[in-house]
Write a protein that binds this ligand. Structure first.
Ligand SMILES: Cc1cc2nc3c(=O)[nH]c(=O)nc-3n(C[C@H](O)[C@H](O)[C@H](O)COP(=O)(O)OP(=O)(O)OC[C@H]3O[C@@H](n4cnc5c(N)ncnc54)[C@H](O)[C@@H]3O)c2cc1C
Length: 497
């Protein structure tokens, strides 16, 4: 192990707290390996992980022989178990790739064969009659579809937060608001990382920095990775339109993306999108009028009823980290010993993340990392069933034990005061309003926080010990209410877990 301040000395440093870094951290925490997870933002799951289609893909889309294909299929198979262990809702909804018009139908055969070669189970092509029974809202121009029963839907940021929290509970140390500015070498071997919070010594660096992974690798002298962002924009439709589809509905794919999807979300909304726009700015998650119009056109081609479900309750966009090879890069650096890259993790990276984590661990072992089992490892995350999905009986029991379990603060999403408080107190407590929102869904409903934000601010401020006017939305300086002094507080970023 590298020497130095024992509090800043680790076997492994993971750069980036997205779903990939969080799953890797959890996987490593099965072993007695001193590990730090460093995230530049004030919370985990703020990159691509918070803004995608939230689909666990079955795995028929990637080209056979690619890492995307093998890790997608392997990862998807791990999801039912992992979601159960982490207490994150997951539904195996199945997916349909729908051919609109006879001319698209041959593509389904190609995807079916590809899926079989990738090892996807139970794929079948369904004809018109069954298709319309399965999804009555589909366009009458639909002629057939590829049905993949193993596809699913999940909340990607609740999942990543849960995985990181479970890793922390099993001994990983998480540092937020801690950007890695460079990998430090001794000769051609990793010695540590320089960060905005000082130096961390380590023997191994796992680079899971999303769209910035090429920059992290380059800082170590590894030029092998080149990433360009590909933006995808979405509309989120109100829960009143939840009946539009019951499964993930794809068009036939294009060369660069799986096309504009109409999908139910795990929380009961309908999501339509994404676009696929190659851009240069790695921070540009704006939405555009043209992009959002394309989303509606694409979605309405599959499910005409989406037009009547507008306006959406909100819109967003996310950035795919597209590597020049077009595939995932999950490999030891070709030039730096001790550096392992998990880069270019574009779609289906959410689906593949648990399998990427297993692969990274294997590579670390090949690089010499010792992994004695962690006898205290507990895969189960302690959670309480969310009020919104609890039965009346469960709600009564919870409220009789603790009064604020029956006190609703967010009406649209049925979030209780107790859930807000717990989101701030847990092993990976939120330190911003967005952090609370992503843990609880308060503010994610039809009114987009119009009702609950003023009710939640005093709760959050009191819990964090800051003045309401110093409370941050998501990043340093993002005060919600303005105010004269810089936001401060016991847990104003830079915090460990
Ligand atoms: C439009 C779109 C749709 C998608 N749909 C799906 C889908 O339906 N199913 C699916 O399987 N996949 C999907 N994906 C892909 C999936 O979202 C990604 O593969 C996945 O989120 C990548 O996770 P990550 O952890 O690699 O990256 P990120 O989530 O971006 O995490 C990287 C983290 O690293 C941090 N970081 C960066 N630089 C530094 C630094 N120097 N120091 C410290 N921290 C740093 C960032 O702040 C960030 O939190 C989609 C992606 C997009 C954009």
């Amino acid at each position: 192990m590298a020497r130095g301040d024992p509090d800043r000395t680790f076997d492994v440093v993971i750069v980036g707290g997205g779903i990939v870094g969080a799953m890797i951290a959890r996987e490593i925490s099965r072993y007695l390996v001193k590990t730090a997870l460093l995230e530049k933002e004030m919370d985990v799951a703020g990159g691509s992980t918070k803004a995608n289609s939230a689909i666990i893909h079955a795995g028929f889309d990637p080209e056979p022989g690619t890492l995307k294909a093998s890790l997608n299929v392997k990862g998807a198979a791990l999801y039912p178990g992992i979601a159960g262990e982490l207490g994150v809702e997951y539904t195996q909804s199945g997916s349909l790739v729908v051919a609109i018009g006879e001319e698209e139908a041959p593509v389904l055969e190609v995807l079916l064969e590809r899926g079989k070669r990738n090892g996807v189970a139970a794929l079948e092509i369904v004809g018109k009659d069954r298709l319309f029974r399965m999804e009555p809202g589909l366009s009458r121009a639909a002629v057939a579809a590829l049905f993949a029963p193993s596809a699913g839907i999940i909340c990607p940021f609740r999942l990543a937060i849960a995985a990181a929290e479970n890793a922390v509970c099993n001994g990983v140390r998480l540092f937020r608001d801690c950007a890695v500015t460079g990998v430090v070498l001794e000769g051609s071997r990793v010695k540590g990382v320089e960060t905005t919070r000082g130096f961390f010594a380590c023997d191994y660096v796992v680079n899971a920095a999303g769209v910035h992974a090429d920059e992290v690798a380059r800082s170590a002298g590894d030029d092998s990775i080149s990433i360009r962002p590909r933006r995808g924009q979405y509309h989120v439709l109100d829960k009143a339109h939840a009946g539009l589809v019951t499964r993930v509905v794809f068009p036939v794919p294009t060369k660069v993306s799986k096309g504009i999807v109409v999908t139910p979300t795990i929380d009961g909304n309908v999501l339509i999108g994404p676009t696929a726009e190659d851009i240069d700015d790695k921070e540009d998650t704006t939405t555009t009028e043209a992009g959002l119009a394309d989303v509606v056109t694409g979605a309405a081609r599959l499910v005409p009823g989406v037009v009547d479900a507008l306006p959406p309750i909100t819109q967003y966009s996310g950035l795919r980290a597209v590597e020049k090879s077009g595939d995932f890069v999950v490999a030891a650096s070709p030039v730096v010993s001790g550096l392992v890259n998990a880069a270019g993790i574009q779609s289906p990276g959410l689906s593949a993340a648990p399998a990427i984590a297993e692969m990274v661990l294997e590579i670390l072992r090949e690089q010499g990392l010792k992994t004695p089992p962690n006898p205290g490892f507990n895969p189960e995350r302690k959670t309480r069933r969310r009020f919104a999905v609890s039965s009346d009986a469960e709600r009564d029991i919870a409220a009789s034990a603790r009064a604020d379990c029956g006190h609703i603060v967010c009406r649209c999403e049925s979030v209780t005061r107790a859930e807000v408080v717990d989101a701030l107190r847990g092993p990976l407590g939120a330190v911003t309003l967005d952090g609370v929102k992503r843990r609880t869904r308060a503010g994610m409903g039809r009114c987009q926080g119009g009702f609950c934000t003023p009710r939640i601010i005093p709760i959050v401020a009191a819990e964090l010990g800051v003045r309401p006017e110093d409370l941050l939305k998501n990043e340093p300086g993002s005060r919600l209410l303005g105010g004269a002094t810089k936001a401060a507080g016991a847990r104003d970023g830079g915090s460990e877990a």
